[in-house]
Design a binder for this molecule. Structure first.
Ligand code: SAH
Length: 253
């Protein structure tokens, strides 16, 4: 006999970018069974509302659990809740495996000998492209899709600029509002056409969702108009039929 609590695998779950309609059934079921939900700031209100009243909710996006410095504290909290035998869902915006520091949290669980499962979610770029009425890949246009960050630990992130500057390339750039001028400069320096279509999609999957359709030349101005989180879709313009919808007929920079 042992009085060790039964330890459940921690479920790393993707909340999608905002609306409940972008949540998978797998994550919905995980939330229904959760005893503790540890979530980030970017998780949408509609998804938070699906957490059962009996489950404890821990917002690690708040002050005191601020972005980078607190990662070890977040890791420690996940480990402690799991070791206490609770059913833990670690809920992250979008897909947990895309710019979600998933590896760091998994490493903490592994170091503690704890099990986990990953429940994927819709990433912001997928839903943003859908709002443009566009496919992220297209035969004859782009052979690949790049998912990039505007920032890394060293500051603005360096990329394969020459490759990105080629006509037809498509990239979804996360965390890039502040890097807009840097991105523009690097791409133009490597020969990108200033008329390359660029669309910023702000508050994807939320009521305040806005498309800012512009070009590489207008990227910094358009980024300056975004107040909420935004994903930059380089190489994609909204289809005309989408622009005809009144709620998406947004400012062009
Ligand atoms: N794991 C998330 C990304 C987290 S990184 C995902 O898969 O979507 C945070 C960045 O993601 C933000 O800076 C922004 O670029 C993007 N992002 C996340 N949610 C968003 C939303 N609802 N609308 C627009 N951009 C979003």
């Amino acid at each position: 006999m042992t009085d060790q609590p039964l330890v459940h695998p921690v479920l790393f779950a993707g909340a999608g970018p905002g609306a409940a309609e972008h949540l998978t059934l797998g994550v919905l079921h995980a939330l229904a069974a959760a005893e503790v939900v540890i979530h980030d700031r970017l998780v949408g209100a509609e998804v938070l509302a699906l957490i059962p009243a009996g489950a404890r909710r821990i917002d690690v996006g708040k002050e005191g659990f601020g972005p980078s410095a607190a990662q070890p504290a977040i890791n420690a909290r996940i480990v402690a809740e799991a070791q206490a035998g609770r059913r833990v869902v670690r809920l992250k915006g979008g897909d947990p495996g895309i710019f979600g520091r998933l590896d760091e949290e998994i490493a903490a669980l592994e170091a503690a000998g704890l099990a986990f499962r990953i429940l994927p979610g819709l990433t912001a770029a997928s839903v943003a492209a859908a709002s443009l009425g566009q496919s992220l890949t297209s035969r004859g246009r782009n052979r690949g899709l790049r998912i990039l960050t505007g920032h890394d630990m060293a500051g603005f992130a360096e990329q394969d600029w020459r490759g990105l500057a080629r006509p037809g390339e498509v990239a979804a750039i996360y965390m890039a509002k502040a890097a807009a001028r840097f991105l523009q400069g690097r791409l133009m320096m490597h020969g990108a056409d200033p008329a390359t279509p660029v669309t910023l999609v702000e508050n994807v999957s939320r009521r305040e969702e806005r498309l800012h359709a512009t070009t590489l030349a207008g990227l910094p101005t358009a980024a300056g108009l975004c107040q909420g989180p935004a994903v930059i879709l380089l190489g994609l313009a909204p289809r005309a039929a989408v622009l005809a919808l009144p709620q998406l007929n947004e400012a062009r920079a």
